[in-house]
Design a protein around this ligand. Structure first.
Ligand code: E4P
Length: 218
């Protein structure tokens, strides 16, 4: 499973790349707004830093406006993936970009039927938002299971990108279900490393050796 970082924070992206666990990045308007920086230059800066796919979202909601912004985003760098919302005009844009060989990430997916439409439109990635579904009492991961089953039934090429990930359990379930990608907030990525027995075991190893009074080279 690929790990994307769900952030527009350059510090987090640099640290994630250093850890060797980041295959790509997803941004959205809210994440870029949080950085207080201009829109296109931020997507460009991230795309230049990250070797893998970087999702940058259109801000327009009409067909021509989205398509124009998609082309401007795509010109920033070869690895920019165009994020379009799951609305009728968004899927028309996804189909057009597919015809132009430009990768897309269809975002704000909350149902299996929406995911089916995105695959039929030729989306490169579909982003179902599991955390936001959990927030309203639905089962976000059940949606992932359903989408994977549908895509397998018809051999759709669209990759399932689990979004709105809030916990390490979401990451584990994504991997168990065979999702292609999980886009993970930096705080959740850090938590994946942690286990109390790892810390206890390491402390014991080091303190046992320290008791000998010898160093690494003795
Ligand atoms: C996906 O690409 C979105 O940027 C993101 O996962 C949304 O997450 P949130 O629901 O935590 O805002």
């Amino acid at each position: 499973m690929q790990f994307f970082l769900d952030t527009a924070d350059i510090g987090e992206i640099e640290r994630g790349l250093e850890l060797g666990m980041v295959d790509g990045v997803t941004t959205n308007p809210s994440l870029i707004a949080k950085q207080g920086k201009p829109y296109l230059p931020t997507v460009k800066e991230i795309a230049e830093l990250v070797p893998g796919p970087v999702s940058g979202e259109v801000l327009a909601t009409d067909y021509q406006g989205m398509l124009d912004q998609a082309h401007r985003l795509a010109e920033l760098a070869d690895n920019v993936v165009i994020k379009v919302p799951l609305i009728p005009e968004g899927l028309r844009v996804a189909a057009q970009l597919d015809a132009e060989d430009i990768d897309t990430n269809v975002t704000l997916c909350f149902s299996a039927n929406q995911a089916l439409l995105a695959a039929k439109a030729g989306a490169t990635y579909i982003s179902p938002f599991v955390g936001r579904l959990d927030d309203i009492g639905h089962d976000g991961m059940a949606l992932i299971e359903e989408i994977i089953e549908i895509y397998d039934n018809y051999d759709y090429a669209t990759d399932v990108l689990v979004a709105s990930v809030r916990s390490t359990a979401h990451v584990l379930q994504s991997a168990t279900l065979g999702a292609d990608v999980a886009t993970i907030p930096f705080g959740v990525l850090e938590k994946l490393y942690r286990h109390s027995l790892t810390d206890i075991g390491l402390d014991k190893f080091l303190s046992d050796w320290a008791k000998t009074g010898k160093s690494f080279d003795d």
